[in-house]
Design a protein around this ligand. Structure first.
Ligand code: ADP
Ligand code: MG
Length: 636
């Protein structure tokens, strides 16, 4: 898996952080910051400067300070986006110019320390992902016409048949064609219970095959697998500025002229240059700038270890503001593992014929109902041939070309849209099934409806608890939007205590419901698993994609991916979001309070640059430490 490794190597090189300090610090940052701190201590100790002839704080100023100044000036001339850095630079230069070397070194050092802590948080986030990449086995057993050949895992392509022996990790995403085993998927989903696999089951790259041998047809290999998708997603976790960071920046940009004029005014009134410099030093918005990125990264890191992938800083903040949650039904609230309960042939078609045609058409569909049909065919010992052509109709069914015939497998609406009139027998069969809470799909070959397949799906355990949790967290409304029929939707909604539901929702309907709710001022989280949810996921304030099996399109539409199928992750994430907002706000409030207080004291001449820098640093340390708590915040 050469390409996967290249992703990992790229991660090692950390780009410049949000505060714009120094790529110089990137690798040996600990040593730099440690030594700089030591020199600062030496400066504090006093005697040393007389012996060596210059103040040791110069070392700190140069090592930690120069990169800040460089970054600030680059920001000034290139895009005017680093106001905090600019203020820090002015304070640094002013302090150094007036001989307050210790104060200058201290300001530079605390900024470097903040950057270091921030990097640690980022690194911790990525560690979990690196562990994931290590799960991909190096080789695979390719089934070459009955002969097993060991090949590098990277050479397996979609469509290849491979064998995974007991105790080996699975090298591709695919479907089991023979064999039975239990697979531990904890690495991907956080679920420690092994999952039983049999013909028709989906398996994922990097999961551990426990005791049986599995023959697998590869569906996605190499860069296309769910695992590679995860790694890519994390790679993209943009350092792009989140709204709260921008807010801090706005504050900082207002502070620059204010602080400069206060300092100037104090100098003009008192004629005391040291006092003016002290003001510059204490008002550096270091804590303010650190508050948000550290809190966000800590929250993202915490979630990543629990199978919740947050793709951007915005997402965790938005999650904290959510007041309405919309759930998809099939695959999200229901187990997503429906089972075929009955196959019915019309106009003389046999059950086997119906199943053979339907399974061939559904073979490449990712939909839970499709998987159920294919699994049923395998379970009855039938061969499932490849369709010649296949198109998904999200929220309606699939179309395929098979043995020269145009095939449609889909719900009642799709059948009627095709211009087919359903007979009384067929209609009453469907109604009967629906009354039992089952979902029926029809098989149309050419223009003839020749079969129906009834399926039952059970609601996941923990859905009602999750809905209760959401209410406890102050989520006022929970909605259910499904493409399935009214009866099935109503039954699930009632059982789970969900007050609002809409059935028969096409993908674009789901999106427009989400948009309408947003227009009413609601902060909407959408939770879904399928292609039919992609538009709604993208439209919502927070799009949560459920399940490790979600394909790239769906995963790309949301901004959070929940690798476990457990609905309990939804309230957990919202809780973490609320917590994060709280920590950010506390940090911002505290830093503004400390800075303002210190400026007043400095203006009145009560504190000098050294004491000022100390007060001011205490704020930064507190803010970063407070954000660090989020890393260890226990999501139940
Ligand atoms: P949900 O919105 O609850 O996730 P979907 O929109 O995925 O449900 O599906 C809605 C309905 O569309 C299903 O109940 C089924 O009748 C039909 N359907 C969707 N995809 C398929 C498929 N691959 N094969 C057969 N029927 C399908
Ligand atoms: Mg769904």
């Amino acid at each position: 898996m050469i390409k996967l490794e290249s992703v990992i190597v790229r991660e090692e090189k950390k780009p410049a952080g949000a505060t714009g300090i120094a790529p110089v610090l990137a690798c040996r940052e600990y040593i730099f910051v440690g030594i700089s701190g030591l020199f600062l201590l030496l400066s504090w100790a006093g005697r040393v400067k007389e012996v060596i002839g210059f103040d040791p704080a110069w070392f700190t100023i140069i090592v930690c300070g120069l990169p800040i100044i460089r970054g600030a000036f680059a920001g000034l001339f290139l895009k005017w986006d680093d106001k905090a850095g600019l203020l820090v630079s002015i304070a640094l230069i002013a302090a150094a110019a007036t001989g307050e070397y210790f104060a200058a070194g201290e300001v530079a050092w605390i900024m470097a320390l903040g950057e270091l802590l921030e990097n640690r948080t980022v690194a911790k986030t990525r560690q979990g992902i690196r562990n994931l990449a290590g799960l991909v086995p190096r080789t695979a057993w390719l089934d070459d016409g009955g002969r097993l050949v060991e090949v590098p895992a990277g050479e397996v392509k979609a469509g290849d048949v491979i064998v995974v022996k007991p105790g080996e990790n699975i090298p591709v995403d695919g479907v089991v064609i023979s064999g039975r085993s239990a697979v531990n998927e904890a690495a991907l989903t956080g679920e420690s219970m092994p999952v039983d696999k049999m013909p028709g089951s989906q398996v994922f790259t990097g999961t551990a095959n426990l005791f049986g041998a599995l023959k697998i047809r590869s569906v996605r290999a190499g860069e296309d697998t769910a695992l590679a998708g995860v790694i890519r997603l994390v790679d993209q976790v943009e350092r792009q500025k989140s709204p709260a960071v921008r807010a801090a920046d706005r504050w900082a940009s207002r502070l620059v002229p204010a602080v400069l004029s206060i300092a100037l005014l104090v100098y003009l009134v008192t004629g005391d240059l040291v006092r003016a410099v002290t003001i510059l030093v204490v008002f550096c918005p270091c804590a303010l700038v650190l508050a948000t990125p550290t809190a966000v990264m800590a929250a993202v890191g915490n979630a990543a270890g629990k199978g919740i992938l947050i793709k951007s800083g915005d997402a965790i903040e938005s999650a904290g503001r959510v007041d309405l949650v919309v759930f998809d039904k099939t695959g999200t609230l229901t187990g997503g593992k429906p089972e075929v309960t009955e196959v019915r042939g019309f106009s003389g078609a046999s059950e086997e014929e119906v199943l053979c045609f339907a399974a061939a058409a559904e073979k490449y569909s990712e939909h839970p109902l499709a998987k159920a049909i294919v699994a049923e065919a395998y379970g009855r010992g039938l061969e499932v041939d490849d369709p010649d052509n296949f198109t998904a109709l999200p929220g309606a069914g699939v179309r395929a070309l098979f043995k020269g015939a145009a095939i449609l497998v889909g719900d009642r609406k799709a059948v009627i849209e095709q211009g087919i009139v359903m007979s009384e027998e067929q209609e009453s069969y469907r109604q009967l099934q629906e009354q039992e809470g089952k979902t029926t799909v029809f098989l149309v070959v050419g223009q003839q409806l020749i079969g129906a397949i009834a399926m039952a799906d059970s609601v996941k355990s923990g859905v009602d608890a999750a809905v209760g949790e959401l209410q406890r967290l102050g989520i006022r409304e929970v909605w259910l939007l499904t493409g399935d029929n009214e009866k099935a939707a109503g039954a699930v909604a009632e059982k789970m205590g969900i007050a609002h539901y809409l059935a028969g929702q096409k993908p674009e309907d789901k999106m427009s419901v989400v948009l309408k709710l947003k227009e009413k001022g609601r902060r909407v989280a959408m939770v879904g698993d399928g292609i039919n949810d992609a538009a709604a996921l993208a439209a919502a304030d927070v799009g949560m994609v459920m399940g490790a099996g979600a394909n790239d399109l769906v995963a790309g539409a949301g901004n959070v991916v929940l690798f476990s199928d457990d609905p309990g992750r939804v309230p957990r994430l919202i809780e973490l979001g609320k917590r994060t907002l709280k920590v950010i706000n506390q940090g911002i409030f505290l830093s503004i309070l400390i800075n303002t207080g210190a400026v007043v004291l400095a203006s009145l001449g009560f504190i000098g640059p050294v004491a000022g820098a100390l007060v001011h640093n205490a704020g930064s340390v507190f803010v970063v430490a407070s954000a660090g708590r989020l890393l260890f915040y226990r999501l139940k």
